[in-house]
Write a protein that binds this ligand. Sequence first.
Ligand SMILES: Nc1ncnc2c1ncn2[C@@H]1O[C@H](COP(=O)(O)OP(=O)(O)OP(=O)(O)O)[C@@H](O)[C@H]1O
Ligand SMILES: Cc1ncc(C[n+]2csc(CCOP(=O)(O)O)c2C)c(N)n1
Ligand SMILES: [Mg+2]
Length: 364
Amino acid sequence: MDDSACPCREATRSSRSAPLHHRRLADEDAFANRFPEPARSKHLCHVKRHERVSGNELELIEWIRQRTPSHQQMPIGLGDDTALVRCGDGTTLVTTDTLTEGRHFTVPPATPAEIGRKALAVNLSDIAAMAGQPTFAFITLVLPQQRGLSFARELMDGLIATAEEFSVVVAGGDTNVWDGPLVIGVTLMGEPTGSGPVQRSGAVPGDWIMVTGRLGGSLPSGRHLTFTPRVVEAQTLHAACELHAMIDLSDGISTDLGHILDESKIGATIRAAHVPVSPSVPQDLPAEERVQHALNDGEDFELLFTVSPEVGASLLASPPLALPISHIGEITTDSERQLQLPDGRLVPLQAGGWEHCFADPAPE
Ligand SMILES: Nc1ncnc2c1ncn2[C@@H]1O[C@H](COP(=O)(O)OP(=O)(O)OP(=O)(O)O)[C@@H](O)[C@H]1O
Ligand SMILES: Cc1ncc(C[n+]2csc(CCOP(=O)(O)O)c2C)c(N)n1
Ligand SMILES: [Mg+2]
């Protein structure tokens, strides 16, 4: 399955109210959406050229959420980076994320060991987003028959080495072999640390919005396979100061910040000039295009968090991490999501990150 074979180029919108945001594949004529054309939709949806987009993952998740009741033994349920469930005397963080061949990696260039590593690392990143300590992992393998046993062993070698690196115990899983592409799912448990999990819902007006590391270009640089999940960094920040809200950047700031704003029921302004762009984003692109990569590419797996201005200033004055921490904007009282351009103009911050999309089913 080759991503470049099935890009949906035509802008389509669902008949429902929520707009669909799509993004082009990296190898397409990317970033036609420059400032200040915020209304332009991008495409990264994987329906065939003649098909129309009929919905996306966010609409499905919201639909599922409406139908799944909360529970007394589940202080944090659907809607955050992990759930928090009561087990015996304590509480446990639980998350699950799946990688699919053709979407999250292609073989080559990804090696089996890198795929195994990434499958655990994306889940470690979700535990990090709650400032948790990862503990036990369960691995679901759906393996292509033709690649043989050695491929599967190399994949699990990569995963097990990553588990050791992060003191995670592999506690079980499931193995299927078939004649389709590779799918690998991981369910990861963890323990809350310090004052408890940092949720998406805790941002308040006036908060500074901060990010770790540098963003953009994770796919062409291969960083989406080799990134370090920010487990240690999240715990260090959590111990050093009061974090109001946190999320890991899997889909891109423009989309992931939206989840914090939705859950906290507030707005934000991001300053384009302060967004830390990774050197993986081509240096010869115009500055505004480089920022668009940092906002939308996704798979950076850095942390975005909000803190009071006093805490933010002290983090900049005495950085607790070896990684850079950047102050990229503020939480606002109204529900606006804005991007301040270097010349001071404010434009809407469009959710331009990754979204899984559905095609219209073919008529019978
Ligand atoms: N099929 C599903 N059934 C029940 N809950 C779901 C389902 N898919 C997603 N969720 C829940 O919806 C929320 C958002 O899921 P999503 O996968 O977008 O978050 P994420 O794992 O943090 O992001 P990403 O997958 O991009 O790394 C999470 O709380 C997740 O547990
Ligand atoms: C320029 C560029 N284009 C595409 C990608 C790939 N990508 C970005 S987000 C995402 C899904 C996130 O996971 P989930 O499925 O959990 O939402 C994927 C597969 C990239 N890293 N850079
Ligand atoms: Mg997920």
